[in-house]
Design a protein around this ligand. Structure first.
Ligand code: FE2
Length: 263
């Protein structure tokens, strides 16, 4: 099974790049299953039902998210109906929606898990003790054939620790949220593919996808307008993971960067 994981889709530029190019990438890289983090796709703040449906139409199988998932009011109801939209699994008990789901593809069971870190992030359950307990009932080649993990977190050490913590238990663990791709893609010792951050699908001539002038004004502690996404020239950024159908572990991981300003 070949997976494509796409970093956070930021605003219209990111959405348009996906609509225009994803089908071609799926063909070119022989992709079977596409996961994309969509929590910044609605003008940088959350996601709407219409955007979800457009992304599914474009070829995305499952949309993950993070701290911005509730930015659009409609999501509270939509996420209950839409099994292909995930929110972090370690949100407090009773939160609408789900953070883990199993999907059928090519007769195989693909588990997709969305987790959120604790350092510099909104309040949620302590992610390591939480997943230490949950992962006991989510085993490769028992309950699922593959496990894809989006770890939405701010700092690199927490993400690397999670990669090693789930090594041998997940097909791949990839970070999101910083909107900046890292070059540390590799397969860990026990067979889990890993990259600290997938980057974003958005315009990199920006501050993490958002208007540069306003972002600098905020850091200068001066009055600024609300941050809005830059919508000129998006790069699609993510990873391709080739997974072994027999073991559910990774055989290869490669970065994908298409279009826009990134070299
Ligand atoms: Fe985020």
């Amino acid at each position: 099974m070949n997976f494509l994981f796409l970093g956070d889709i930021v605003g219209r530029a990111g959405r348009n790049a996906i609509t225009e190019k994803l089908k071609g990438l799926i063909d070119q890289y022989e992709i079977d299953f596409v996961i994309a983090n969509g929590e910044n796709s609605a003008g940088g703040y959350g996601i709407t039902e219409e955007i979800c449906n457009n992304l599914f139409e474009a070829g995305v199988d499952v949309i993950t998210s993070g701290n911005h998932i509730w930015d659009q009011k409609e999501t509270m109801n939509h996420i209950i109906r839409e099994k292909r939209l995930l929110r972090p699994m370690n949100f407090m008990e009773g939160t609408p929606g789900r953070g883990f789901e199993i999907y059928e593809k090519k007769g195989l069971k693909v588990g997709v898990m969305n987790l959120m870190g604790n350092v510099y992030m909104k309040k949620c359950e302590e992610v390591f003790p939480y997943i230490d307990e949950k992962i006991k009932k989510i085993n490769l080649k028992k309950e699922i054939d593959f496990l894809a993990v989006d770890f939405h977190a701010e700092i690199t050490s927490e993400k690397q620790a999670m990669g090693h913590f789930l090594d041998g238990k997940a097909t791949f663990v990839v970070g999101t949220h910083t909107h900046t791709p890292t070059l540390d893609y590799r397969i860990l010792e026990k067979g889990t593919a890993y990259q600290t951050d997938a980057g974003m699908c958005g315009d990199y001539n920006s501050v993490i996808g958002m208007n540069t002038d306003n972002a600098i004004l905020k850091f200068l502690k001066k009055k600024s307008d609300r941050l809005v996404p830059v919508i000129k020239n998006a790069t699609i950024t993510g990873i391709k993971v080739v997974a072994d159908d027999e073991t559910g572990l990774a055989k290869n991981i490669e970065p994908i960067m298409v279009g826009g300003n990134l070299k």
